[in-house]
Design a protein around this ligand. Structure first.
Ligand SMILES: [Zn+2]
Length: 252
């Protein structure tokens, strides 16, 4: 199928193509990823996610439409923006004030790309494509290292942004022959918001790409029904599916 703005997030597109977020969900829990694909589990849209979408809509020049489609961002009693979206407004101001950051995020917006990695069809949507860079906008709590599974990780590893970079760089190059750097344009939700631009080195991208090459074909086999998805046992989906019996008693 040919991907368009309208069908990019459709079930059909998610079945036909793997995306960075689908890869990440498989990485977290294949059973959850399959349940989402089959419509048996929903990704909850949190207010934090909607803050990112608000800023994207502003950069896309579609804020009016976004506000109409999301009445929940307003306080129903006062009609004012809720606190999180007042913050989103402020962050738009922060971006606007920094000429360089603004120019990086104001390239060609929401460019759809497709390609193939290790035999697996992939799709991606570039937030901002400038003449020289692929730029993804991120709204983060902060840019500090975080603890994940007992390991201290840099923010980009904890969120898999290196994986996103590897996928986007690779399929963009397949489409155009151009090897563009992958950058993150970041604003933080700290009291005094930080602004940062990160560019991934070839080495970081190559390491992440090797991980995609190793894992994506396995996830694709699960999508094709050739391999049973395993349960991580700890995610929201696994908790929702847990059934207790004598066999599941945990001895301490
Ligand atoms: Zn799970």
């Amino acid at each position: 199928m040919k991907l368009t703005k309208r069908n990019y997030y459709s079930k059909k597109a998610d079945i036909e193509y793997m995306s960075y977020s689908q890869f990440k969900t498989f990485d977290e829990c294949p059973a959850k990823a399959m349940a989402i694909l089959k419509g048996k589990h929903k990704i909850e849209e949190t207010e934090a996610m909607l803050v990112g979408s608000y800023i994207d809509a502003w950069l896309d020049g579609e804020l009016r439409k976004f506000r109409e489609q999301h009445p929940e961002i307003f306080n129903s009693r006062t009609g004012e923006l809720k606190a999180n979206f007042k913050l989103a407004e402020d962050l738009c101001g922060v971006i606007k004030k920094d000429e360089y950051l603004y120019s990086q995020l104001k390239g060609k917006r929401q460019v759809i790309i497709t390609g193939n990695i290790a035999g697996v069809p992939f799709k991606g949507k570039i937030d901002s494509l400038t003449a020289e860079n692929i730029v993804d906008g991120k709204v983060l709590k902060d840019c500090n290292d975080t603890w994940q599974n007992g390991e201290k990780k840099p923010f980009y590893k904890a969120n898999g942004y290196d994986i996103q970079g590897a996928i986007y760089k690779t399929i963009y190059k397949q489409m155009t022959g151009k090897n563009l750097p992958f950058r993150l344009g970041v604003v933080t939700k700290e009291k005094y918001p930080d602004k940062r631009i990160f560019e991934f080195s070839d080495e970081t991208i190559e390491t992440a790409l090797q991980e995609v090459i190793a894992k994506a074909p396995v996830y694709q086999s699960i999508k094709n029904g050739e391999l049973e998805p395993w349960h991580c046992g700890v995610c929201d989906y696994c908790r929702s599916q847990r059934k207790l019996s004598e066999e599941t008693i945990e001895i301490l």
